[in-house]
Design a protein. Structure first.
Lengths: 896, 122
């Protein structure tokens, strides 16, 4: 038990040391002495959280079981760092310019700030990481048990559980203290980064120490060691190409997608130049870490008793040799591997859980926006703390429930394969502008389902979740859906099978769904910013404060958004930056906000190009221009559609207005007509009544008076009759109820008859009429009575109204094509232009002339001519009054 | 007697009828048959009563009355209007313009005489 006590004490001291280091780093950062914190070496060492307890203990176990295959776990990240560091640089640049807080944030931000997507990524990350945290707790517990076994065989498992609980609590406490220390949750966690950098050194040193002890202390030199390795089975393990390729791919993918890796690599990154150093330093670190794996494994297999857990050789070998101090160091190395992983994983996951699950719920429950920012900040901190505790507790529970029997490596690989499902969406988002949110959703969902079904569920063992029957024959007997042999492809390693299918189906459905759908404007904006991150921000500094740029941006924005909108936006952004006035610094955040505001008015690509031109740095790419053209075309199409629509609406409105005007006009006309009729009826009746009363009441009337008054009564009675006849006639004509009596006759005769009828009254004697009998000798087939009525009207009008001293009327006939034109022109002063417009209206009587008519004559003429298929109109410019009658020739009439 | 009535009316038969009726009763009747210069004619004649048709060539009876009422109140110059249109709207317009009596054609001779006597006596 003494060893155990010492062990616990060492743990406490070690943790206290970590607290101190973290605290010191935080203080240095606060005091501005953080230069050394930002060295590329610290960054490189912080990346070493890739090497967890699984790597520290498990690599040896892996080598002992599967030979050189353990190397794949190192080769993947090495390839990424060396061969693809420029890709990482892009990721880091995006993370910095977009102020990304986690991988879930990056993915959701890229795909149009979709929180649903963020939740999906978060859930996937939690599911993928929880077993891994359990794994770390298990490794710590196991390593404790090794010492316990060595000291006291009766060390019960209850102690182990409480050890795990204690460790979990301690780690949660550390993470909460240093992970949520800053009130500004976007700040980097210098304390945590320094602590894990120190742990990186500790675990490397511990492993090297054990390795050196084994090679030189136990085996007795490099030569001896090589001989032992050659003699062992390890060198002769069959190397399976597909499994190697899959594992290298898997570890590379996990290196990119693991939330904790993203945390240290992107979120905590201070300077993307650090990647340059890390690109060689981190592979070197991995190489050194892997250096003694095989020697330790071979020696452990040789020296330790059969059945010893190879996962613990690193610990048991020094113990077996009686080197308790070295074993203690080794234990600390493993402990630090586990703790650094749990701390960073808890930090990364809690950020995701808090930002994408807890906060949205809290905001929607409390009604969000109304509360002041200070409150929200406290809520964020609290939510982050609870999330950290939650994540660690979840790991602990998984550890308790699973019982921790399975080999460490296999849990690790299942986890890796889970988070690797993020790879297509992540890479697609960063390199492919066509990637859409829908695509991301579909891809992730497919990947997750396939991974769960083909790897996660079977990993619990037969009959744990999936029955043996399903494993062997597929669900419902569908053999093509066997979890470990899709579509009947058998013989693949289950892991290879799962990776192959999950990633390829994931990627395929992601690409297809992206191509089918259309990105939203925000997705396009974000897509452009992510994919073209270098053009948008040549270096982060190039965006920094330039008042002239700011002013230019303001001028442009005012044009697009309107002065008030633009000023509000600029003032708000300035205030957010702590700058007074209207000109904020041109930070990426501000530009992004501005771009978003502008894109509402002019489209994403245009807004982007506009800002790019003013801020400079970014040249407008061909792609941008194409996008601009694209959008412009879309807008033009849209606006032309709108225009057509508004044209149509305008036309409808015009028609409605016209119809309404017509109705009003008709209503007014009707009133006027009734009023006119009333007047025309009452006027003769007035005379009739007055004179009949006079005749009745007066006895002393002379005979001539009696005759005169009686004839007035008679004339007025006739006038009334005529009026009523005209009204009835007009009404019949207007209603189209007229029956035409079509006859054939000669025009000349018709005119003879009309003149005879018209010129009956006084003054007819001096009225000269000029005619041309030759041209009049044309036959007409029409309603001769009606046509005659028109002629009579025109002739009598001329006779009544012609004001010439010697009134004359010329009747000119001229045949034209299929029509006959008959003009009636007198030698009077004619009709004024204003009067010409109204003479065909009912009751229109022109000037002071009163000829006893009711003013319906021309209106009736117009109606008659319309019925006859011709027309009558005033013919201006003839000297006197002139009317033109046009009549279709007999053929046309016959057709009617 | 010898009170003067000015009749402005464009229908010759109606002029004749009213002239006859009023003359027989002892009124001095002057007539005028268009609206153009009606106001001048009224101001020159200074009649004890004006009988005014509504529909006159040149200027409507309403316009003439409105003009006259600018200088002559209903007591200074009683005005009786005649109209053959007989719509409510016309009566309202006439009253607005300041008419003393509004009469619709056709009228009875007795009615006409009585109205004239009444208007001049008051």
């Amino acid at each position: 038990m003494a060893t155990m006590n010492i062990l616990v004490a060492v743990c406490f001291v070690y943790v206290a040391f970590l607290f101190f280091v973290a605290f010191a780093a935080e203080r240095a950062a606060r005091q501005g002495r953080s230069g050394w914190l930002r060295s590329p070496m610290v960054y490189t060492l912080s990346l070493s959280i890739y090497c967890t307890a699984w790597t520290f203990y498990g690599a040896v176990g892996y080598a002992a079981r599967s030979g050189m295959e353990y190397l794949t776990i190192y080769i993947g990240p090495t390839l990424v760092m060396i061969g693809w560091w420029w890709g990482l640089r892009k990721l880091v640049r995006i993370g910095r310019t977009q102020r990304v807080t986690s991988i879930a944030d990056l993915i959701s931000s890229r795909y149009g700030k979709s929180n649903l997507l963020a939740i999906g990524v978060t859930v996937l990350a939690v599911i993928g990481t929880t077993p891994y945290i359990a794994l770390q707790l298990q490794s710590v517990t196991l390593s404790f048990s090794v010492f316990a076994d060595a000291a006291d065989k009766s060390g019960g498992m209850t102690d182990m559980d409480s050890t795990a609980l204690l460790v979990a609590m301690g780690l949660a406490l550390f993470t909460i203290l240093f992970g949520t220390r800053n009130l500004d949750v976007n700040e980097r966690h210098h304390g945590v980064v320094i602590a894990i950098a120190v742990e990186a050194i500790v675990k490397l040193f511990a492993l090297l120490a054990v390795g050196a002890f084994v090679v030189w202390g136990v085996v007795g030199g490099v030569g001896e060691m090589m001989a032992r390795i050659d003699a062992s089975d390890i060198g002769h393990w069959q190397m399976r190409g597909d499994r190697w390729a899959s594992l290298i791919f898997l570890s590379a993918a996990a290196f990119l997608c693991l939330p904790r890796m993203f945390q240290v690599m992107v979120v905590e990154n201070d300077d993307e130049g650090h990647l340059r150093t890390a690109s060689w330093a981190f592979p070197a670190y991995l190489m050194v870490m892997s250096l003694f794996v095989v020697p330790i494994a071979v020696t452990g297999l040789d020296l330790l008793p059969e059945g010893s857990n190879p996962d613990l050789f690193v610990l048991t070998l020094p113990l077996a040799m009686g080197k308790e101090g070295l074993a203690m160091l080794s234990f600390i190395g493993g402990f630090s591997s586990a703790t650094s992983m749990v701390i960073v994983a808890a930090l990364a996951l809690s950020t995701m859980v808090s930002n994408h699950i807890v906060m949205p719920i809290w905001l929607s429950v409390t009604g969000g926006g109304a509360s002041v920012s200070g409150d929200v900040r406290n809520v964020v901190i609290t939510s982050r703390r609870f999330s950290i505790a939650g994540v660690v507790v979840l790991g602990y529970l998984y550890f308790r429930v699973s019982g921790g029997g399975t080999a460490l490596a296999s849990i690790g690989l299942v986890s890796f394969a889970g988070v690797a499902q993020l790879l297509p969406v992540l890479l697609g988002g960063v390199f492919w502008r066509g990637a859409t949110r829908t695509g991301a959703f579909v891809g992730l969902s497919v990947g997750f389902v396939v991974w769960t079904y083909s790897l996660l569920l079977p990993s619990f063992g037969p009959d744990a979740v999936l029955s043996t029957q399903i494993l062997d024959q597929g669900p419902f007997g569908w053999s093509w859906l066997r979890p470990q042999a899709f579509f009947g492809i058998e013989g693949l390693d289950p892991l290879v099978h799962a990776i192959l299918w999950s990633i390829s189906l994931n990627g395929l459905s992601f690409v297809l769904a992206s191509m089918v759908g259309f990105p939203t404007p925000l997705e396009r904006l974000q897509g452009a910013q992510f994919v073209n991150v270098y053009e948008h921000s040549t270096t982060p500094q190039s965006w920094s404060g330039n008042a002239a740029q700011s002013e230019d941006l303001m001028i442009m924005s005012q044009r697009i958004l309107g002065a008030r909108e633009a000023q509000t936006l600029f003032e708000r952004e300035a205030k957010r930056q702590g700058v007074s006035g209207y000109l904020p610094d041109t930070t990426p955040d501000f530009l992004q906000a501005l771009e978003r505001a502008l894109s509402g008015s002019v489209g994403t690509a245009t807004a982007h190009a506009m800002i790019g031109q003013i801020v400079g740095g970014a040249s407008v790419s061909v792609e941008d221009l194409l996008a601009v053209a694209d959008e412009t075309a879309q807008m033009m199409e849209y606006s032309s559609r709108l225009e057509a629509k508004s044209d149509e609406q305008a036309r409808t409105a015009r028609q409605l207005r016209q119809a309404n005007e017509k109705l009003q006009q008709i209503s007014v006309q009707k009133d006027a007509f009734l009023s006119q009729v009333s007047h025309e009826l009452r006027t003769p009746m007035t005379s009739i009544r007055a004179f009949s009363e006079i005749l009745r009441d007066s006895e002393r009337l002379s005979e001539s008076e009696q005759v005169k008054y009686a004839s007035i009564i008679h004339d007025e009675a006739l006038r009334l009759t005529r009026l009523l006849d005209d009204l009835l006639d007009l009404s019949v004509l207007e209603n189209g109820q007229v029956n035409l009596n079509i006859q054939s006759g000669q025009l000349g005769r018709l005119l003879d008859h009309a003149i005879a009828s018209a010129l009956t009254g006084s003054g007819a004697e001096g009225f000269v009429i000029h005619r041309d009998s030759v041209l009049e000798a044309v036959r007409l087939t029409t309603d001769l009575d009606r046509l005659s009525q028109v002629f009579i009207n025109l002739i009598s009008n001329a006779q009544k109204y012609c004001d010439a001293d010697v009134p004359e009327l010329a009747i000119r006939v001229s045949p034209r094509d299929d029509r006959i034109v008959i003009d009636f022109v007198d030698n009077g002063s004619g009709i004024s232009k204003e009067d010409q417009a109204v003479i065909f209206e009912k009751f229109a009587r022109v000037g002071a002339m009163r000829a006893g008519g009711a003013g319906l004559g021309l209106a009736i003429c117009r109606e008659i001519m319309a019925r006859l298929g011709g027309s009558v109109s005033y013919l201006p410019g003839q000297g006197g009054a002139a009317f033109r009658v046009i009549l279709p020739t007999s053929q046309a009439m016959a057709a009617q | 007697m010898g009170k003067r009535v000015l009749l402005i009316e464009d229908e010759p038969n109606i002029i004749e009828a009213i002239s006859f009726i009023l003359s027989r009763d002892g009124w001095a009747v002057a007539t005028h048959s268009n609206g153009h210069d009606a106001v001048d004619v009224v101001e020159e004649a200074k009649p004890d009563l004006l009988i005014l048709d509504v529909m006159l060539p040149g200027k409507s009876g309403f316009e003439i009355l409105r003009h006259l009422r600018e200088n002559y109140g209903p007591q200074d110059l009683p005005v009786m209007m005649l109209t053959a249109r007989g719509q409510l709207k016309d009566r309202e317009m006439a009253e607005k313009a300041g008419v003393n009596r509004f009469m619709t054609k056709p009228f009875s001779n007795a009615e006409m005489l009585e109205a004239v006597r009444e208007l001049v006596a008051s």
